[in-house]
Design a protein around this ligand. Sequence first.
Ligand code: G6P
Length: 370
Amino acid sequence: DTGDVSLNGFDHYMLKEIYEQPESIRNAMRGRLDDQDATAVFGGLNLTPQQLRSVERIVLTGCGTSWHSALVGEYLIEELARIPVSVEYASELRYRNPPMENNTLVFGITQSGETADTLAALRETKRKGHRTLAICNVVASSIAQAADGGVYLHAGPEIGVASTKAYTSQCCVLAMLALYFGRTRHMSYEGGKRLIEELRRLPAAVQQALTTDEQVRDVAKKYCNATNFLYLGRQYNFPTALEGALKLKEISYIHAEGYPAAEMKHGPIALVDKDTPSLFIVPRGTTHDKVMANMEEVKARGGPIIAVASHDDPHIEAIADDVIRVPSVQEFLQPIVTVVPLQLLSYHIALLRGCDVDKPRNLAKSVTVE
Ligand code: G6P
């Protein structure tokens, strides 16, 4: 159901939603960055200062793309707030019954707010006495209502079945939550200030990443007949590899695997041949040189390489066959920028293969059955 949401001149909702990201990210942050105290503010979390201070663990749960944003959130919250985080598939959490510390906060992450497994996981953890919160796009949805509180994404309606703008908004909200929790603990005032500055740079960086569109289309033409793809990234961009591979599977029906780049040598490298492209997410940062070494391993085995790299990285062309350049932001925020060309790549490949981009076969926008 597209309701009365207009395509606004775009050929597909998915493309429109990809292009809306600078604005949807701005909307996720609107009114939530507090310069005075160098923190984030959330109207609907409903946590007392005492509850906030006593959090011992955060559980992030969701399905599909929302589960990938949970993985990004795990890095952000553990790094910036030093609170232990567990990421759980909602469909597993509802049956797995893991032991949880008393002061555990459970966040259900969901675009639609209607995913049956996420709703059931929240209900089950709430029954056991944990505080449950929703990170959700659709206002007054079932999960928003079932939770004790939460944060809305304000991304506007997402019609394309493959989630795009909701994902970057989820990551952005998780970064603001990391700031919020961090500032009640170890993060300094200056540290908070710097993070706010970095967050404010995101819409422009995403806008810049969108200018890769034409180049990404050329890359799509080159590889649209592949039957297998590898997506490889490390640390903050390991979830980006999973998300890029999921996007390709969902709408182009090409088999793709997302893997931590270094783990590749324990299996996926056996798939590498001249017909299996490997897409590396390799922006500047802590693991850059290690990922470059992984690229060398693929190149040595004759595999074509596409790299998503920083705008000013001088060494990439020597190894990669195609280089897509994105602006640099703080490295733990980089996934919000690097995912953009991957969304575009799946879009263009799906189009070239004649697939129904907005309504891929066998998939539903929200899965309301178990
Ligand atoms: C479906 C959609 C995915 C989405 C997932 C979770 O599988 O096709 O794009 O990521 O559900 O949906 P949610 O609304 O809970 O984020």
